[in-house]
Design a protein around this ligand. Structure first.
Ligand SMILES: [Zn+2]
Length: 438
């Protein structure tokens, strides 16, 4: 069932979505009011279609005191899921099972994780192409379309879920996941709590699972394959979980480590989608190029997350400020320091030549807080944006100049991040000694 009226399209998913009235708090679905006499209220003069996403019909009509509220269960159970990522990956991956791993035989590939109480997550990947299996440290495998062993999953338990109706109405099914490359990794959570969780909890779950993929590899993929520019890079992949056919919808397949049964979660979990370009072509990365788990490695992982957020930002002004903040973090990840100190540290990464360094320090002055030597007027870009309310688009009006500016900032950031990745196994104190030699 769906209705369309004056440009408003309400599909099955939105009709069956559990909502809470903003006025009386009652649980309702738009579908409750479809059919029968109340259906007329969607149209003028009552015009309930303008308010059906937020209020129950009774409140919209102003008669809610005559209605007995439905018993409601507002208590979210998401915190009972105890979602955690396993810490032990010494057994990943088993070379003797290579054949089974690259042919998508997940029960063998993840045998030790599953015995250890983990469940498996399978997320569809949109705007991403790969023609072979990509293996990442920490138990992550990415399969091209048609390679993952969907046929060996024992059975679908989705119908047992409290939120089965909404998940079904989202239209997301195993068939959708089969038509995508998929990312597979182990997690721990309470299967029992998942089955009893409501639709909102499931959306939080998809968002949390997608978020887990960022530090595991997606921040690095974006760093390796995309660049900072005035418009977001055409190679940006969609958020893991988003579906190519309908980027508004997201899905996740969860496989029970003990029973090998599965559930599909589906719904509108994300608020935005990338539309520019075709996305990423992924190749197997060298594991040596990935940050190790030293103290410096932990700082790099946070820096990569900031980088990843920055290049997905649309506004040039916001991106410029984020780039300078990222340089501040890279220079002093543990405490605030003035930018005069920040630029001294950053310039050492960029060049060893003293006259080149002087040029870079002057350039950073222009980018941040330079004053006109005669009039004393503020000329620095950051000061004019943050303190005088300017926008980068007006301060640097030429698109070509802005592109060059972002390329320049990207170069500075990469000098530091690449160096840190090379030294990611070190403690911060040891790394300070390395920096002192620069
Ligand atoms: Zn109400």
């Amino acid at each position: 069932m769906r209705f369309e009226h004056e440009g408003l399209l309400v599909d099955d998913y939105n009709l069956s979505l559990d909502r809470h009235c903003k006025d009386c708090g009652k649980a309702y679905t738009i579908g409750d009011y479809m059919g029968g006499f109340s259906e007329h209220h969607f149209y003028r003069p009552v015009d309930y279609k303008s308010g059906c996403e937020r209020s129950c019909l009774e409140c919209w009509l102003g008669v809610s005191e005559f209605v007995k509220p439905r018993p409601q269960n507002l208590q979210p159970v998401f915190h009972n899921l105890n979602l955690t990522f396993p810490l032990e990956h010494g057994h990943w991956y088993d070379d003797s099972h290579y054949e089974q791993i690259i042919t998508g035989q997940w029960a063998v590939t993840y045998e030790k994780y599953l015995k250890d109480g983990c469940h498996l997550v399978v997320l569809p990947l949109a705007r991403l192409q790969t023609d072979r299996v990509v293996l990442i440290p920490n138990g992550v495998a990415i399969y091209p379309v048609g390679r993952f062993g969907f046929s060996t999953i024992a059975g679908d338990q989705s119908a047992l879920m409290a939120a089965a109706l909404q998940s079904a109405a989202s239209g997301v099914s195993i068939a959708d996941l089969k038509s995508h490359p998929v990312m597979v990794f182990p997690v721990r959570f309470s299967w029992e709590a998942l089955i009893h969780a409501n639709h909102k909890d499931h959306m939080i779950m998809i968002d949390a699972l997608s978020g887990l993929t960022e530090p595991l590899c997606f921040d690095l993929f974006r760093y390796w394959h995309c660049r900072l520019g005035q418009t977001p890079d055409e190679g940006l992949p969609a958020l893991p979980g988003q579906l190519q056919s309908n980027l508004m919808m997201a899905g996740a397949l969860l496989i029970n480590g003990l029973t090998h049964q599965s559930v599909v979660l589906g719904g509108a979990a994300f608020s935005h989608k990338i539309t520019r370009g075709l996305g990423l072509v992924l190749r197997q990365p060298e594991w040596e190029q990935m940050p190790y788990g030293g103290e410096v490695g932990g700082i790099v992982i946070h820096a990569l997350s900031l980088y990843s957020q920055m290049i997905q930002t649309q506004s040039s002004t916001a991106k410029f400020i984020q780039a300078l903040s990222l340089l501040e973090f890279l220079a002093f990840p543990k405490a605030y320091q003035k930018f005069t100190k920040v630029k001294t540290v950053i310039s050492r990464y960029i060049t060893t030549c003293p006259s080149e360094r002087k040029k870079i320090l002057d350039r950073f002055e222009e980018l941040t807080g330079k004053k006109d030597p005669v009039t004393g007027d503020e000329m620095g870009l950051r000061t004019r944006i943050v303190h005088i309310g300017g926008r980068l688009e007006f301060l640097v009006p030429s698109g070509r100049d802005r592109e060059a500016l972002f390329l320049e900032l990207d170069g500075y950031v990469r000098c530091v991040i690449d160096h840190m990745i090379d030294h990611s196994s070190l403690s911060w104190d040891s790394y300070e000694e390395v920096k002192a030699q620069m």
